[in-house]
Design a protein around this ligand. Structure first.
Ligand code: ATP
Ligand code: MG
Length: 299
């Protein structure tokens, strides 16, 4: 049983893809730290919440050992750790507390361009190179496919060209690395993003209150992350079709502008307001479209 502590300790990636966004997210929850970012340990200033800057692979283990209370890590890394433990008959020790909306990627099986993909059965008897042997083994078992797993900690994508493996199971975001290696995605094993990972049970000491406060703030920040105030005008008859394009809009406000036919519409939208979406809205009759940032909200 870990000793009672009166400060909360969060492990994040020291550098790499998730380090900076993780730190920024925690900062937007009102946290700040005394030490500079090249240190291993950052002492919390505004609140007793400290950071430990580590390699992402170490985060699930630090959580399991109780060295850290929370961690920000890719779901892929967290689930791989759990899958390897489960494979060894060990129980789960931590869980995903919140998805965080950045670091998105997929764990895909990718096959040589020349393959005609027919389904998982095609992998029977093949050699698959991966850095995720636990997740791959679990998926293969679910598919009732027997294949060889070649564990590589990096440069998985060149394994087929080197003759080390027939196909790979690797993280994909844009797919550019696959294309450069004459591979193509065949099937997705897992959708991943950065997550807040934490203990299975709530804390029984002062950390419990700290954790609750942090989660409340985090929920507020995550909710507003992609939120924008959308404003435009449209003819009354176009409004139903326009609202169908805004499934993520919260309580749209409609105001009559001139006569009965032109309406001004304003809505808080929680999904990303891409150019594509604005063009779709314009085509459906929206005029004078404006997208405004939302700084704070108190429901
Ligand atoms: P470390 O030095 O901390 O071990 P790393 O090289 O293992 O770093 P990164 O490449 O920074 O890790 O990736 C961290 C996480 O970013 C991945 O585990 C994954 O969740 C996420 N990610 C998002 N897109 C990609 C991608 N295209 N390739 C790899 N990881 C990605
Ligand atoms: Mg790593």
């Amino acid at each position: 049983v870990p000793a009672a502590r009166d400060r909360l300790r969060i492990a994040i990636q020291k550098s790499g893809r998730l380090g900076e966004p993780a730190r920024a997210l925690l900062a937007s929850c009102g946290l700040s730290w005394r030490e500079s970012r090249d240190k291993l340990f950052c002492y919390g200033e505004t609140l007793p919440v400290d950071l430990l800057l580590v390699r992402d692979d170490d985060i699930p283990g630090l959580l399991a050992d109780g060295v850290c209370d929370y961690g920000i890590v890719g779901r892929n890394v967290l689930e791989e750790f759990a899958a390897e433990r489960a494979g060894g008959g060990k129980p789960a020790v931590s869980k995903e507390i919140r998805p965080l909306g950045f670091g998105g990627c997929r764990l895909d099986i990718a096959v040589p361009d020349a393959w005609e993909w027919e389904g998982p059965q095609q992998l029977q008897g093949k050699r698959i190179a991966t850095s995720y042997p636990g997740l791959l083994a679990k998926w293969l078992a679910e598919q009732q496919v027997e294949a060889g797993v070649v564990m590589l900690s990096g440069s998985v994508e060149i394994a087929p060209r080197l003759g080390q493996a027939d196909v790979i199971c690797d993280l994909v975001s844009s797919g550019a690395t696959l294309v450069a290696n004459q591979l193509k995605p065949a099937v997705t094993i897992m959708q991943s993003e950065a997550v807040l990972a934490g203990p299975l049970q709530p804390f029984s000491d002062i950390r419990g209150e700290l954790a609750q406060m942090l989660l409340r703030r985090l929920d507020g920040v995550l909710r507003l992350k992609d939120s924008r105030l959308l404003m435009f005008q449209a003819q009354r008859k176009e409004v139903p079709a326009l609202l169908e394009l805004l499934p993520d809009a919260e309580q749209p406000t409609l105001l009559q502008v001139d006569g009965a036919d032109t309406l001004a519409l304003q809505a808080l939208c929680h999904g990303a307001m891409t150019w594509q979406r604005l063009e779709d809205l314009k085509r459906a009759g929206a005029r004078g479209l404006m997208v405004l940032p939302v700084e704070r909200m108190l429901a």
